[in-house]
Design a protein around this ligand. Structure first.
Ligand code: SAM
Length: 234
């Protein structure tokens, strides 16, 4: 456990975020790593298993969105999978109330057990993002990492955000190109791009964090069923 903690602390220090591996937070990340590897041997939730890689590509990468989220926000993490960015965000930002959404219920078993074990303010919801009208325009922020291209993802995420709230899309090197494809859809869905933050996350490569503000209500016709979203992106 001590080795795990020092590896995580080194990676976070190299990424310029040493404060997130201090004290209790560092201990929680070390437990999260050990539990992720144990769970992964039964149910596959990640292909990345070396401690240094997990610390960089899951933990530090999840925290690239941390400063984009206002204090005390309600957050829905769309397609959280094994809990990224949900769990790292919840560890370092106890002010947030996070709903971890995924269409695959078995992945949420891990998220739920870690939320309990680490006393995190995380609820899980097993559903497809485009099939939860009860959650329409009810979150301050939607986050999403590695779920779909931006022109499809926007229709999954923006309808869930309140007017005045934010959609924070966590993208890799293709982020700017994906954004160009998504511009029309963002406007149709009531959004406005307010920030595009591009930088290099050590050896993990380029990251582009796109922030979209919800400036007006999403028209009732959206989101469409997934087949239509995919066949005819906005
Ligand atoms: N966000 C996690 C990460 O970065 O490690 C998981 C990424 S994984 C590649 C994509 C996840 O999105 C899968 O767990 C999948 O079940 C989920 N997903 C895909 N489409 C979805 C939808 N329409 N609604 C909810 N979850 C969805």
């Amino acid at each position: 456990m001590n080795d795990t903690l020092s590896i995580i602390q080194n990676v976070f220090a190299e990424c310029g975020i040493p404060q997130y591996a201090d004290g209790e937070k560092g201990e929680k990340f070390a437990i999260l790593f050990e539990e992720l590897i144990a769970f992964n041997s039964i149910t596959n939730v990640t292909a990345i298993t070396e401690c240094e890689d997990v610390a960089l590509r899951h933990f530090a990468d999840s925290l690239t969105a941390v400063d984009k989220i206002p204090v005390g926000a309600s957050v829905i993490d769309v397609g959280c999978g094994g809990g990224f960015p949900t769990l790292p965000l919840a560890i370092v930002r106890p002010d947030l109330a996070i709903t971890a959404l995924d269409s695959t219920a078995k992945k949420l078993v891990f998220v739920e057990s870690m939320a309990k074990k680490l006393s995190l303010d995380v609820k899980t919801l097993a559903a497809r993002a485009e099939e939860i009208p009860e959650c329409r325009e009810s979150f301050d922020v939607a986050t999403s990492r590695a779920v779909a291209r931006m022109n499809l993802l926007t229709e999954l995420c923006l309808p869930l955000v309140k007017v005045g709230g934010l959609f924070v899309a966590m993208k890799g090197a293709s982020g700017r190109e994906e954004l160009a494809e998504a511009e029309n859809g963002i406007v149709k869905l009531g959004g406005k791009v307010t920030d595009v933050d591009a930088f290099t996350l050590q050896s993990a490569g380029e990251r582009v964090i796109i922030t979209v503000e919800k400036i007006s209500q999403t028209p009732p016709a959206y989101p469409r069923p997934w087949g239509k979203i995919k066949k005819k992106p906005l």
